[in-house]
Design a protein around this ligand. Structure first.
Ligand code: ATP
Length: 290
């Protein structure tokens, strides 16, 4: 079953000349400015010259329980795609369908949008920035649960009591429950990343976006986190979109791999095919510099 379907996604960033100043830029971007004003016309013209196409006709499907790896050099559009999936940015064109429901469909209310968003969670590269330093681990873990508690229908975790729920989450990511009342700065980097993973999976999302989840960790913690992610995927039947520069990590965790270049998907393969000779020239280049 397909969990995620992305169809013909496009996104261009328009950057305006910096000497114009934000007041004029805002004016130009406004409906009146863009449609009628000389300022709008002039800015549109200059932005077209300086626009960056971050996503250029992206289409793919991700199956239930699958890990889809996404690799590509810096600036190829990986994070833009992640931001569009999470609703942090909107695409210019195209459709994102999550478990049969279009994300951000036109007739959706704010409430419906929020409901949909909970089905996609993200694990960021830097767990220190992802955790609020003023909250204990317990508070951070329970945040998503408290926000969505009335709509949750969990299969794996039992959420009848907060304390039991928090303990279950710690056990799932192999952390001692004694850490629950500590603050993020009292944990190691690897432990903090385990907390962000526990938080992301706590409400059993349909899709977890892993955005370079091991990049800020030492080699030993990296291996342990990859192993944990593989284990959770199997136990909870999770689906991942795994974004990384690290081809070895991507090959270890992913079932299939997509290669992105300048906003386009230029190659797709099964993980064991990535290092084969007859791949796309750009894939071979990535493999050779790895
Ligand atoms: N807010 C923005 N405004 C203008 N251009 C942007 C913005 N965000 C990204 N870009 C541009 O869009 C392109 C894709 O960027 P993106 O961050 O998606 O790449 P990436 O593959 O995730 O890179 P990295 O691996 O370094 O994170 C780049 O050329 C980048 O400069």
């Amino acid at each position: 079953m397909s969990v995620l379907q992305v169809e013909h996604l496009y996104k261009t960033y328009h950057s305006y000349p910096s000497h114009i100043g934000w007041r004029n830029e805002r004016k130009a971007k406004s409906v009146e400015g863009a449609r009628f004003g000389w300022l709008g016309r002039w800015f549109k013209q200059s932005s077209e010259q300086t626009g960056v196409t971050a996503l250029d006709d992206i289409s793919f499907q991700l199956q239930q329980g699958e890990c889809l790896g996404l690799v590509g050099e810096s600036g190829s559009g990986k994070s833009t795609l992640a931001r569009c999936l999470l609703g942090i940015e909107s695409a210019d064109r195209g459709r994102i369908v999550l478990a049969g429901e279009e994300l951000g469909g036109q007739s959706q209310s704010e409430h419906q949008l929020r409901q949909q968003r909970r089905h996609i969670q993200i694990v960021f590269q830097n767990p220190t920035a992802a955790l609020n330093p003023k909250l204990t681990i317990r508070q951070s873990l329970l945040d998503p649960y408290r926000e969505y508690r009335h709509q949750l229908d969990l299969n794996y975790f039992r959420a009848d009591r907060e304390d039991r729920f928090a303990r279950q989450l710690m056990e799932a990511v192999e952390l001692p429950t004694a850490l629950l009342d500590r603050y993020p700065h009292q944990l190691s980097g690897g432990q903090r990343q385990r907390v962000t993973i526990a938080r992301a999976i706590s409400i059993e999302p349909k899709l977890v976006v892993l955005d370079e989840p091991t990049a800020s960790l030492d080699v030993i913690s990296q291996a342990a986190i990859l192993q944990l992610l593989a284990q959770l995927k199997q136990e909870l039947g999770l689906s991942y979109l795994f974004i990384s520069h690290d081809l070895a990590a991507v090959c270890q965790l992913s079932d299939r791999i997509m290669v992105m270049k300048e906003g386009q998907i230029v190659d797709r393969c099964l993980r064991h095919e990535l290092f084969e000779q007859e791949r796309h020239a750009y894939t071979q280049e990535l493999v050779s510099i790895f």
